[in-house]
Design a protein around this ligand. Structure first.
Ligand SMILES: Cc1cc2nc3c(=O)[nH]c(=O)nc-3n(C[C@H](O)[C@H](O)[C@H](O)COP(=O)(O)OP(=O)(O)OC[C@H]3O[C@@H](n4cnc5c(N)ncnc54)[C@H](O)[C@@H]3O)c2cc1C
Length: 374
């Protein structure tokens, strides 16, 4: 039987490998890094830290597949009781108007209109502003108001469900390890430190970032725009009353404690916080990080003196694409590239939120690959 090459052992490449091998295919995965994981990696030292705040949306095909295949690692629900919302310089449990936004999930919003224009008509100017601030969390975008109303509304609806997400105990690497182990159990060979500069002969699934895929597929026009983000990870000495999470609906900043439900990821007495802010057009990274620090000042009093460890980061179009008015996921780069080549990942033409798109695209490609095998 023909061998299938997969380039990239992030979530997408590993999921495709499992599904192709499960269907009877012979698979080799090449990974440039020393270990599988890609953006789902967890850096492990005194702290176990993901690349920015990461959560699995649990009520989707990806969550279902993980559960049905016994691939879900140990997870927990982030506590909503400890969430604080920052608005008007104050920290509170709820902001008037937000329940209206969160319960609006069943209302369909148009693809062709901006979320700001649609939400202003639906809720009025003040609540629309709140809704846009709330949407900065599931979109990771600095100004979700400019995006397609349908795109933003779907994210708000998914984030407003009862217990919408799981946090992964021990970091996302525990999910990656499970996927890699399952792939290997199906006979998949995972070759690490193997950076491919061109596509090999035969059937090939490209599961890299888009700029690398553009080179490998010899398609310089390949693009799928998404936001840039400033990240700040801080481990602080815990104080009673520290919130489990802070959403700054004015400053479009999200901060979450990953120690609140999983004390194993930081030394005893410390709380590991991961914060993210979308970087606005023309905004300096330091200015975006300044918004994070300002939210930390309100949410976690005295955090600068309590900080035991911290690291700063920037990600450029790596969270996932965002759709502008008039576009949907169907307008993103196609999965089937012809001639036995496929492109999968967070930025391609498949539905779902964030890593769900990795799963959906991997599943679609796996079916196509299996149909080509003798
Ligand atoms: C800050 C941040 C927060 C996020 N939060 C969430 C969240 O809360 N929930 C969620 O679902 N998703 C979230 N995501 C998105 C999620 O991390 C990604 O969608 C997912 O990890 C992407 O997986 P992938 O396999 O498609 O790509 P990648 O993880 O990028 O994997 C690609 C792999 O290809 C390898 N590679 C590249 N070039 C080559 C080459 N030439 N040869 C061989 N190998 C190569 C790379 O080393 C890498 O391992 C977040 C992302 C970021 C950056």
């Amino acid at each position: 039987m023909q061998e299938v090459t997969i380039i990239g052992a992030g979530l997408s490449g590993l999921i495709a490998a499992i599904q192709i091998a499960e269907g009877g295919g012979r698979v080799v995965v090449h990974e440039a890094g020393a270990k599988p994981g890609g953006r789902a990696r967890t850096d492990v030292s005194n702290h176990r830290v993901n690349l920015g705040p990461h959560a699995i949306y649990r009520r989707g095909h990806f969550g279902d597949w993980l559960m049905q295949n016994d691939l879900l690692p140990k997870v927990y629900y982030p506590s909503l009781l400890g969430l604080r919302l920052l608005s008007g310089g104050r920290s509170r449990r709820m902001v008037p108007g937000l329940p209206k936004v969160m319960s609006s999930g069943k209302r369909e919003a148009p693809v062709d209109e901006s979320y700001r224009s649609w939400a202003t008509r639906e809720f009025g100017t003040d609540v629309a502003k709140l809704a846009i601030g709330f949407a900065s969390l599931p979109t990771y975008h600095p100004d979700p108001g400019i995006l397609s109303a349908a795109f933003v509304q779907e994210r708000i609806a998914r984030s407003s469900e009862w217990r919408p997400v799981w946090y992964v105990s021990g970091g996302w690497i525990t999910l990656v390890d499970k996927l890699a182990a399952r792939a290997e159990a199906f006979g998949v060979e995972i070759v690490t430190r193997s950076k491919l500069a061109e596509l090999p002969d035969g059937l090939c699934v490209v599961a890299t970032d888009i700029p690398t895929a553009a080179k490998l597929l010899n398609d310089p026009g390949l693009a799928s725009p998404g936001p840039d983000n400033a990240l700040l990870d801080v481990s602080i000495k815990k104080r009673r009353g520290d919130p489990t999470a802070v959403l700054d609906v004015d400053g479009h900043v999200y901060i979450s404690s990953f120690s609140a439900g999983d004390p194993s990821i930081a030394p005893k007495g410390e709380w590991l916080l991961q914060a993210v802010a979308g970087i606005g057009e023309g905004e300096a990274v330091d200015t975006a990080r300044g918004r994070i620090e300002a939210a930390m000042d309100v949410g976690y009093k005295g955090w600068r003196n309590r900080a035991v460890w911290q690291r700063k980061g920037v990600t450029r179009n790596t969270v996932g694409p965002c759709e502008m008015p008039g576009t949907t996921w169907r307008d993103r780069p196609a999965i089937d590239r012809g001639h036995g080549r496929w492109l999968i990942g967070s930025h391609v033409a498949a539905p779902g939120i964030l890593a769900e798109t990795c799963f959906e695209s991997a599943k679609t490609a796996a079916v196509m690959v299996l149909s080509k095998l003798d």
